[in-house]
Design a protein around this ligand. Sequence first.
Ligand SMILES: NC(=O)c1ccc[n+]([C@@H]2O[C@H](COP(=O)([O-])OP(=O)(O)OC[C@H]3O[C@@H](n4cnc5c(N)ncnc54)[C@H](O)[C@@H]3O)[C@@H](O)[C@H]2O)c1
Length: 548
Amino acid sequence: MDVVLVGLPGAGKTAVGRRLASRHNAQFVDLDERIEHDQGRTIREIFAQDGEAGFRRLERAAVTALGAPDPSPEIRRVISPGGGSVVDPRNRWLLFRGRLPVWLDVRPEVLAQRLRRSPTVRPLVQGGDPLGRVRQLAAARERFYSAAARVNGLSEVTTVVSAVERLAQEAGPPEATTLLRSATAIGEVVLGDGIAAEAVGAALRRLEAQRAVIVSEPGAFGAFGEALAASLREEEWPVEVMLLPSGEDAKRLAVIEEAAQALARLHVERGEPLIAVGGGALGDTAGFLAATYLRGVPWIGVPTSLVAQVDSSIGGKTGVDLPEGKNLVGAFHHPAAIVLDVAALRSLPGRHLRAALGEAVKMAALGDEALFATLEEAGELVATGAPVAFDEGIVAEVVERAGWAKVAVVSGDERERAGGGRIRLNLGHTIGHALEAADGYATLLHGEAVAYGLRAATRIGVALGVTPAGRAERIEALLTGLRLGVAQLPYPLDAVLDATATDKKHAGGRLRWVLPTGDGTVVRDDVPDEAVEAAVRGVLEGVAGVAA
Ligand SMILES: NC(=O)c1ccc[n+]([C@@H]2O[C@H](COP(=O)([O-])OP(=O)(O)OC[C@H]3O[C@@H](n4cnc5c(N)ncnc54)[C@H](O)[C@@H]3O)[C@@H](O)[C@H]2O)c1
């Protein structure tokens, strides 16, 4: 087995790692040392000469060169990566999968003391305020370290070593891979591969539940929920399963009434959580059921579609449709835990994967350069559900970057208050929603509509001079490369323009447009009708010469 020690600079990864390795005749790999040796330069020199980006490239190469994890039950290799290596989602994927990651957790105050005395100068904590810098690093990295098994790193080296040995003996290398864990303002967020049963079990225990009440629909239940229910039963949880209709058919008040009656017959009590297993439609409905049954019970979201993992499960918007329009009845009700298990996406039909990338491109356009680059490089592999996209952690990276961006925005604006940051998430949605309405919600998937809307918003931005030409080209080229928003659409121009005018994002009667800038977005309420008309006309015509 390989043990991977993670933690902040000064947490003792080298001292603990060396001792642990020597007690087991195992190999000790200090990745920073390996890089220095291979480069013939110190980390400090590499930072000075190549910048942080250059160092990170060398670090990725060193992580990749570790090769496959050792499969034996004994500790054969102890790996100590640099403190910041796990920030990169793909490094974390390579380092944590099939290995036992252990977090040496030490308080920033203690670390700052240790670093002051340290003979090796660590470039990231240099400067006048080591404690402030260590605190910053701790806040930025805790969600990555928390994915590993936690050991108190404050004790004597031998005590820490024994604690790691106990973990290795008891747990061994985990079959599931947890990649991120964070107790956020909008509930616990856990991301990983094959983690659903363990993460749901932990959330149920935290909520002091006596049983697992699963709310799902036939598609997601057959593909994923059934196995989750079986694993929970294996862990001795009594499991109840309630299946709602699939797709948008679930989002009706009649379904809520029936489902609430079923909960009453099961004697579901206050405080007892529901577990929502499914895509966005199921999540919206089950979340609304949880928001209203007994005036609110907790719920655990287990999103099984890509749209649900990067978007709908995060943000607490729950609700159902009326014949008069979509999502007209609803409530804000954040789940107690959101379990993002990318294993669920392996069975998702291709069209749903591709469509969801419309939302992911939007998230990139909000200002995530790394997500942009990943989608440009490997988006097509994700869109087609290629096994390599799952096996190499590309899907996990897209879910993490796009999903976490939404967590960050929503945590700062939990209920979409006027003037709050959440409006930025609406990029591409004004015209996207209008196209869905003109379509009668019949053929376009939400993400597909958002892709058209993002093109339109970009063109409006160019017309108003807020979106630089280069940025607009990059956004449109990415969408075209992913074959999103390229087909001609058959809707009458007036129908789309009318629907645009009734969009909900008004302030004092003026429509608020979110438009891309060079590196993010701006909100404008002075967009002339002609610019909107030209943009809508343009997207309805599609992109010439590109097959949808
Ligand atoms: N609450 C929000 O903030 C928010 C945001 C965006 C979208 N939404 C809503 O989300 C819905 C669209 O989401 P969606 O596309 O996930 O819809 P969905 O729930 O209808 O799922 C799409 C289809 O995929 C199937 N499916 C789901 N998971 C699967 C899996 N792992 N394997 C195989 N099949 C699987 C389902 O059975 C369904 O047929 C819309 O109702 C939209 O309004 C809500």
